[in-house]
Design a protein around this ligand. Structure first.
Ligand code: ADP
Length: 551
């Protein structure tokens, strides 16, 4: 705890819920400003839709979603159209209140005209989403995956993924949704907080049985049945990177507002919880992103009737301790200094003795990654080995030797990292997706007053003027109308009360301008062409100013 009145700064500040302290001027904080808002169900759905509009095939890992109440009629109309074009389609939808968690207020519906949609969502906005009816089942049960992801830096983007996660199981055998079983939460919702109250919940000391297991134990099982686990991991890594690419524009706007460039402030990092569902065909689908994933390593157990006690949970401990430990290792400010004074040599054989044990089966999530990237050499050493016979998880020895007289690193005593860098490692394959990031950079450039997240009418006009986007067909009066039109609609959605144009509204305006200017191209090409044009014209304006200054 940071006691009130303490003067000495810290290297690392660990905030409980969100970034909330503007009086930190150095060090690192474990939360990004605005992360809670950015991953809320509605905001996430919007960000994913923007990306899907640009890149439909690359962003099909997020279920089709609509925002209620504002898109109720759009939802009804679109579903009707889809049903008309495919009469065999018998969808189910899941309604999730915005800002809800732990399954709170969630229900399933079959009919888009269900009266609950008009009633409840007026007072509590929600997301209605296509329900994934055919999930992968293990032991006849639906389960989801909680993966831990470290967003180590926003600029430049640095992402790490934990090699193991948790699989959280339902406690009633799964059946495809029907009017008879829609209300059965223990069959359809995988939330631990709900299923713990089912009489069927199994606490287990083993990582591969019970209602909560390690993800690696599921992979081991899938792999023994011949599933392509490499491809699955590669798809999961893509999902994580693409999702973070969708979130970064908004996060950058919050960041510059709370921690303006050029002023003393901390840097941020954050552990995120990704909830992923696997379909029957092993396609990972994103359910949601948690800004505050639970890091509890105990669970409550009824020791005798009415007597509860917190007892250690080996599965949670296995996964979560490694995530926290490695996060601290990666952000450790002393690490760089120590690294510089260490000499490392590659081991002769990465896994001495591994192949001598016939029961040991390598489950390296990172094998698939090598396939994703042509320019990255294959990772030589898998670091998690699952022993299928004795069913225990073994940590690999640190794959390096220190020279006898090299200074001893405190890290040498630690197990190898469970967090693996995926970005910038695979940046090249995803760089074409970072269009909205560039639109956000333009937005931030014209925000003007530091500390704000909304663009005023003058800022918008300056943007249009400096980029020379107005002409005889698009007068400055039309620019003002566009600004008022879009801004009023976004502000009426009640997202927040600060006046002005928010980033999403600017993105919408930008897309409209791009469509107007480059009529025949696909949307992503229209947008990238306009970005290029704006950047060129702004560079010219900047160049002129420099010249004038010199003159
Ligand atoms: P919460 O934040 O309340 O936990 P989630 O979005 O994680 O909300 O949904 C709760 C649970 O509902 C998930 O863990 C999953 O089991 C189920 N679920 C959510 N969305 C879908 C979906 N589109 N298809 C199938 N199941 C879903």
């Amino acid at each position: 705890q940071f006691p009130f009145g303490r003067r000495l700064p810290c290297d690392i500040y660990w905030h409980g819920v969100s970034f909330h302290d503007n009086n930190i001027f150095s060090g690192q904080v474990n939360k990004f400003p605005g992360m809670m808002e950015t991953v809320r169900k509605i905001t996430l759905s919007r960000a994913m839709r923007t990306m899907r509009d640009l890149f439909p095939l690359e962003y099909n890992f997020y279920p089709r979603s609509w925002i209620l109440p504002e898109e109720l009629s759009l939802f009804v109309d679109e579903v009707r159209l889809m049903k008309d074009s495919d009469p065999s389609w018998k969808p189910t939808f899941i309604v999730k209140p915005d800002g809800g968690c732990q399954g709170d207020g969630i229900y399933l519906i079959k009919d888009p005209n269900d009266t609950r949609l008009t009633g409840s969502t007026q007072s509590r906005p929600a997301v209605v989403q296509e329900y994934i009816c055919k999930p992968l089942l293990v032991d006849k049960l639906k389960f989801d995956i909680r993966l831990y992801v470290l967003l180590k830096s926003l600029e430049p983007l640095e992402i790490y993924i934990a090699k193991d996660g948790l699989s959280r199981f339902c406690t009633e055998p799964y059946q495809e949704p029907s009017l008879k079983n829609l209300h059965q939460v223990f069959m359809h919702l995988t939330n631990y907080s709900l299923n713990i109250h089912s009489g069927n919940f199994i606490h287990s000391d083993s990582v591969n049985t019970g209602s909560k297991r390690t993800f690696s134990s599921i992979l081991c099982r899938l792999s023994s049945k011949g599933a392509d686990v490499k491809k699955l991991w590669s798809d999961i890594i893509s999902l994580v990177i693409k999702t973070i690419i969708a979130l970064t524009p908004e996060l950058k706007v919050y960041y510059q507002s709370d921690i303006p460039a050029g002023k003393p402030g901390p840097t941020c990092f954050q552990i995120l919880g990704f909830d992923i569902l696997l379909t029957k065909n092993l396609k990972p689908m994103l359910l949601e992103v948690n800004a505050n994933p639970s890091m509890r390593i105990e669970h409550e157990q009824e020791l005798s009737p009415g007597v509860f006690e917190n007892v250690p949970s080996p599965v949670d401990e296995e996964v979560k301790v490694a995530v926290i430990r490695d996060t601290l290792r990666l952000v450790d400010p002393q690490k760089k200094k120590r690294k510089d004074s260490l000499v490392t040599v590659p081991p002769k054989h990465p896994w001495p003795g591994v192949h001598e044990h016939p029961a040991l089966q390598e489950v390296s999530p990172w094998q698939g990654v090598d396939e994703m990237s042509s320019e990255v050499p294959p990772k030589p050493t898998p670091s998690v080995i699952l022993c299928c016979r004795c069913q225990s998880l073994k940590q690999a020895p640190e794959a390096r030797e220190e020279l006898p007289d090299a200074p001893k690193s405190p890290e040498a005593a630690l197990p190898s990292l469970c967090l693996k860098q995926v970005f910038p490692k695979y940046a090249k394959q995803f760089s074409h997706l970072r269009l909205v990031d560039k639109v956000a950079a333009l937005f931030i450039r014209f925000l003007g007053v530091k500390g704000t997240t909304k663009l005023g009418p003058t800022g918008f006009r300056t943007f249009i003027r400096n980029c020379k986007l107005s002409n005889s067909n698009f007068s400055m009066a039309a620019v003002d109308i566009l600004y008022i039109d879009i801004t009023r609609r976004w502000n009426s959605m009640g997202i927040d009360k600060e006046s002005g144009m928010c980033l999403q509204a600017f993105v919408e305006a930008f897309f409209r301008l791009a469509q107007k200017k480059y009529k025949t191209l696909p949307l992503h090409e229209q947008v990238s062409s306009l970005i290029e044009l704006c950047e060129k014209r702004l560079a010219a304006v900047h160049g002129k100013r420099l010249l004038c200054g010199c003159g």
